[in-house]
Design a binder for this molecule. Structure first.
Ligand code: FAD
Ligand code: NAI
Length: 463
């Protein structure tokens, strides 16, 4: 008899959630984690600490940039970076400790150390062998390195996202390599706290994968806030001289190079799946060209009894996607039917304002057929206007023939909260008319979604 019904490798949002659900369903479950605390990238060095810094720096910025003064609140902010870091560490400590509590409560055994397969039904961790009838690989992802650029978080000159969360002082000039989600979130944190921030992006626009209008509008808003963008530009090298980094950049299409001087460089050009050291070959598994483990609709890998979820498999690298896959995978292992609708996975960039989307972009929807689009500016939403938050819009993309909603995109102070409604409507197969005829509380930012849905038929009220 095997030691466990299920061993989950990795305790990020994919792994810990799968382990808890499996245990709830009566499976004898263990979870292997090599970090000192549970919760994976998300809780330790990702979603949670970045949001702690974003939230705190948003307060500082509101006081510093005059938006509080515009409402009659005059304060001159003084930064205590150590306290700001302290509240970040407290959030991480309490949430990672919470997972340990949940493991105990649900009788999930934590096997501490790095797992490597020794066969399709056994692993070794810290010199000890463990067998199981099922394994879930939930080993997540790590920072993609930029060739020729050496990250050293301890020196705080060339850092990755983990280093950028912990900078001991506000840089004078931070250069962010990569205008994606991490670059914009963490670039925003340090810009708000006083750094000059330049974002170097290889493509001709920031936020690849998002709706075209959203990318353009976001660029405009961030520029207004003071971020400097160098688009269609590649970094060809970074040299550190004392406390200064000298970046050589040139047009992506080739041409004359120039040097940019910075005292901090954030490398944020994407993440890659973690499979090194897992000895997948011993389990009869391999990775695809992108380094991911391929799975079927039920999260089964090519090896019987081995399943995989989260950042290590194809799809967006998002915590909620990993979590939902973890739950569905555990349910499948327990003999239930766990399903994920990968067409309806919201994504949110937690900048100011927030940027959120679910479903197809307008470009992708048009490539599939005829669409109708309704757009409503936040400037015309009474709550956003009253709150002095005029930037952004909501956009609803619907199938021209059936009116079924194919995608929703928003830039608004609370877009991350607003998008949940759109995701639920799409999950239920809603038409734009369904959203337009749903009563929305007044005055709320969400009324902009109702109005954008009304605009699909050309009939918004407040525009
Ligand atoms: P992970 O969270 O990466 O966890 C995998 C775990 O497996 C790790 O703890 C690792 O130590 C462990 N592990 C790996 N190999 C082994 C092994 N061989 N043996 C034992 N243990 C092993 N997503 C969002 O949805 N919202 C956000 O706001 C957000 N913000 C982010 C901010 C930053 C700065 C970063 C870097 C990421 C952010 N993400 C966010 C992405 C999110 O963190 C990931 O999508 C999510 O953590 C993936 O979950 P996972 O369970 O697949 O893997
Ligand atoms: P990303 O894929 O979002 O962005 C990377 C950017 O770097 C792209 O715009 C790309 O074109 C650019 N790039 C690549 N190589 C380059 C080069 N050599 N020079 C200049 N630019 C280059 O990756 P990022 O920001 O590192 O984040 C990784 C993942 O983490 C995200 O895809 C997301 O899934 C997850 N994440 C999610 C968050 C959220 O949900 N709010 C927050 C942070 C991360």
């Amino acid at each position: 008899m095997a030691d466990f019904d299920l061993i989950v490798i990795g305790s990020g949002p994919g792994g810990y959630v799968a382990a808890i659900r499996a245990a709830q369903l009566g499976l004898k479950t263990a979870c292997v984690e090599s970090r000192e605390t549970l919760g994976g990238t998300c809780l330790n060095v990702g979603c949670i600490p970045s949001k702690a810094m974003l939230h705190a720096s948003e307060y500082f910025d509101a006081a510093a940039n005059g938006s509080m003064a515009a409402m009659g609140v005059n304060v001159k902010p003084e930064l205590d970076l150590e306290v700001m870091h302290g509240q970040r560490r407290d959030a991480v400590k309490s949430l990672t400790g919470g997972i340990e509590f949940l493991f105990k409560k649900n009788k999930v055994s934590w096997i501490k150390g790095r797992a490597a397969f020794t066969s399709a039904n056994s692993i070794e961790v810290a010199g000890q062998s463990y067998t199981a009838d099922n394994f879930i690989i939930a080993t997540g992802s790590s920072v993609t390195p930029l060739p020729g650029v050496t990250v050293d978080n301890d020196k705080a000159i060339i850092v990755d996202s983990t280093g950028a969360l912990e900078l001991p002082k506000v840089p004078n000039h931070m250069v962010v390599i990569g205008g994606g989600v991490i670059g914009l979130e963490l670039g925003s944190v340090w810009r708000r706290l006083g750094a000059k921030v330049t974002v170097v992006e290889y493509l001709d626009q920031i936020l690849p994968g998002m709706d075209g209008d959203v990318r353009k509008e976001a660029n405009k808003i961030f520029k207004k806030q003071g971020l400097v963008f160098k688009l269609s530009t590649k970094v060809t090298g970074v040299e550190v001289k004392g406390k200064v980094a000298l970046l050589t950049v040139e047009p992506a299409a080739g041409g004359a190079s120039e040097t940019i001087e910075a005292d901090c460089v954030l490398v944020s050009i994407g993440r890659r799946p973690n499979t090194d050291g897992l000895a997948l070959d011993k389990a009869g598994l391999s990775v695809n060209a992108r380094g991911q483990i391929e799975i079927d609709h039920e999260f089964r890998t090519a090896a019987p009894g081995i399943w995989a979820v989260g950042d290590v498999v194809p799809g967006p690298m998002l915590a909620h996607k990993a979590e939902d896959e973890g739950i569905a995978c555990a349910e499948n292992i327990a003999g239930l039917t766990g399903i994920i609708n990968h067409a309806v996975i919201p994504s949110v960039v937690y900048t100011w304002p927030e940027i959120a989307g679910v479903g197809l972009t307008e470009e992708a929807a048009k490539a599939k057929g005829e669409v109708k689009v309704g757009k409503f500016p936040m400037l015309a939403n009474s709550r956003a206007k009253t709150n002095h938050e005029p930037d952004g819009f909501v956009k609803v993309i619907a199938d021209a023939a059936t009116d079924r909603v194919l995608g929703v995109w928003c830039i608004a102070s609370v877009a991350g909260t607003m998008i949940a409604q759109a995701a639920q409507a799409m999950e239920f197969g809603a038409t734009s008319e369904d959203i337009a005829y749903t009563c929305h509380a007044h005055p709320t930012h969400s009324e902009a979604l109702k109005e954008a849905a009304m605009a699909v038929q050309g009939k918004p009220i407040h525009m």
